[in-house]
Design a binder for this molecule. Sequence first.
Ligand code: 6PG
Length: 257
Amino acid sequence: MKMSPPRLLIFETPDELYHVAAAYWRRLAQGAVEARGRFLLVLAGGSTPQPLYRRMAQPPYRDDVPWPQTHVFWGDERLVPPDSPQSNYGQAWNLMLKHVPVPPEQVHPIPGELEPQEAAAAYSETLATSVKRQAQGQRFWPRFDLVLLGLGSDGHTASLFPGSAAIQEKQRPVRTVHAKYNNRPADRVTLTPPTFSSARQILFLVTGKEKAKALASVLEEEDDPARWPAQAIRPESGRVSWLVDRAAARHIILEEF
Ligand code: 6PG
C-alpha cells in the first residue's frame, strides 16, 4: 500500500465520531483477517478512547468483530501495576477486553510493573516475536494493522511529549520516557515514531475544546515534531485519519487537506 494523504473528518458530536470509529475498526479487522489471517491492533490510553472501548464491548461489535483473530498491543503505558486505575492496559481490559472473545494469549500489555528499561526491553522482545516486520529505510519495523492514538493539549501523542528524545528515535522500536502531564504517572514506555509510522492505518481520536489549539497547530503549523510530537507520525506506506469533534476542530482554518 502506498502512502495516502491524511484524512480529516469532523463530527458534530463525539457520539457520531465513536460510531464511525467503531464501524471502521470492524471493517479493518475483517479486511486484515481476510487478507492475512489476523488483525494486529494497537490501543491508546487516556480518556478519549473510553467510549469507543465500551462500544466495542457491546453488540453488534462484541459479536461480529473477529476477536479470536485479534492481537492486542499498546502504543504506550504508564509504569504502574496492571490493576492500577492509571494503567492503560487495565483500562482497556476492564472496559472492553474482558467482555469480548479475544484469546488472553493474544493480549500483549506493556509490563508496567517493571522498571522502565526492563519494561522497554521486554516489550521490544514481545514485538519481535509477535509482529511481522517490514523494511522502512535501513531497518525493519513492526507492521500493525490499526493504531489508535490520542492527542494531549500540549501536542503529545502516546508518550511522545514535546522536547522528548524519543521523538527523534530512528533505531529502537520502544523507548522509556519521563514526562509530567495532568498528574498522570511520569515514568512511561512508548512505541517510537518509526514503529507507529510503519502501521497500515493510524486513527487519531480527538474530542473537546481543550484540544483545539494543539490540533490546529499539529495540522496547520510548520513541521516541528519536537514541539508538536504528533507531527512525527508520518506513515510511509499507510494512512493517517484524524477523527475529531466540532469542539476540537474550532481553530482549524482549512478543513480539507
Ligand atoms: C496516555 C496516553 C496519551 C493520551 C493523551 C490524551 O497514556 O496518557 O496514551 O497519549 O492519549 O494524553 O489523553 P486524553 O484522551 O485523556 O485527553
